[in-house]
Design a protein around this ligand. Structure first.
Ligand code: SF4
Ligand code: SF4
Length: 316
């Protein structure tokens, strides 16, 4: 059982309790224009082009069977169709052309994750499966979670919430922690922003909230797109009314850290005109959340002040 892993990021303190390894898996049913990991949206491996690394050796041009590869500093391809054979990557010693995503089995992935066990133990941390949408391959994720938990590694899932509940329930039940994104409370606006409506997502949030799993609701704060007082207050009210027991809401201020990845993929970044929200605005939105009786969670506060012991769940 294999999946495409884009990146394994070590020593993260922003994606769940303690110090964590974050595994980014490929494939996502949403297409948010602010996505910081655009390479995670497509299910298949893609070729990234990095002009600043190119030394103009022209090896890619010579080796390309389709005669479409050109030096990365001159662009991605000449006219024609790339068949993704990877020949240009093999000969590019400057890594100016590189695969984004590597196929790994759950066992191979856990071999990497377990290298940081000492950090998890010392910080009550663990591994967070992110993406993309890690639940697009629930059986792979279940296998990886099971292997981690046999080793006593705490596991978290970060999800966009858009999935068929029956297909993922067994996998979600095994996780120790859930980070659940809600992007907008209005169905039509959600669809316009992400490509899908929010009804399934909100229902799935309710389903997970029924389980005995600590959950944090995450809201990306994108100025002018979803940062209105009405939307944030509606999100907090939904959490207060329908998601009993969640730890709270974490606001994630918009940033442009993923911009270079759009260039590497030759994708158009549509939010150049939007800047990060200022601290005062984020503080005001936090006040709206707490006014609904919902705690605001931040990575700085450690998500959960209590150590979270790793546990092996037995299901069914
Ligand atoms: S992946 Fe293959 S077809 Fe595409 S540019 Fe590289 S060598 Fe050419
Ligand atoms: S092989 Fe790599 S370094 Fe050489 S021209 Fe092509 S992209 Fe540039």
């Amino acid at each position: 059982m294999k999946n495409i892993v884009i990146e394994i990021q070590r020593w993260s303190v922003a994606d769940g309790p303690g110090t964590r390894t974050v595994v980014f898996l490929k494939g996502c049913p949403l297409h948010c224009p602010w996505c910081a990991n655009p390479e995670s949206q497509d299910r298949l491996p893609q070729i990234g082009i990095f002009p600043s690394r190119c030394v103009a050796c022209h090896a890619c041009e010579r080796e390309c069977p389709e005669e479409v590869a050109i030096p990365a500093k001159d662009g991605a391809y000449s006219d024609g169709i790339c068949i993704q054979c990877g020949q240009c990557i093999k000969v590019c010693h400057a890594s100016a052309r590189d695969w984004l995503g590597e196929e790994m089995s759950a066992t191979e992935l856990v071999q990497v994750i377990k290298k940081d066990m000492v950090f998890y133990r010392n910080s009550s941390g663990g591994v967070t499966f992110s993406g993309g949408e890690p639940l697009t391959q629930p059986d792979f994720l279940k296998a990886a979670i099971q292997e981690c938990q046999k080793l006593g590694i705490h596991t978290a899932i970060e999800t966009c919430g858009f999935f068929r509940w029956e297909a993922v329930e067994e996998t979600v039940r095994r996780a120790d922690f859930v980070l659940f994104d809600i992007k907008h409370m209005d169905d039509e606006t959600h669809k316009a922003l992400t490509g899908v409506g929010n009804k399934t997502i909100l229902q799935n949030a309710r389903s997970i909230a029924q389980l005995d799993i600590p959950m944090v609701i995450r809201v990306p704060v994108i100025p002018s797109l979803n940062d209105s007082r009405e939307n944030i207050a509606a999100t907090a009210k939904f959490v207060a009314d329908h998601l009993p027991g969640v730890l709270g809401i974490e606001l994630l201020p918009y940033h442009k850290l993923g911009l270079s990845k759009y260039d590497a993929l030759g994708l158009d970044y549509k939010l150049h005109h939007i800047n990060s929200p200022d601290d005062a605005t984020v503080g005001m939105l936090r006040d709206l959340i707490t006014a609904e009786g919902v705690p605001c969670i931040t990575a700085d506060s450690g998500y959960d002040p209590q150590p979270i012991p790793p546990k092996l769940k037995v299901v069914g």
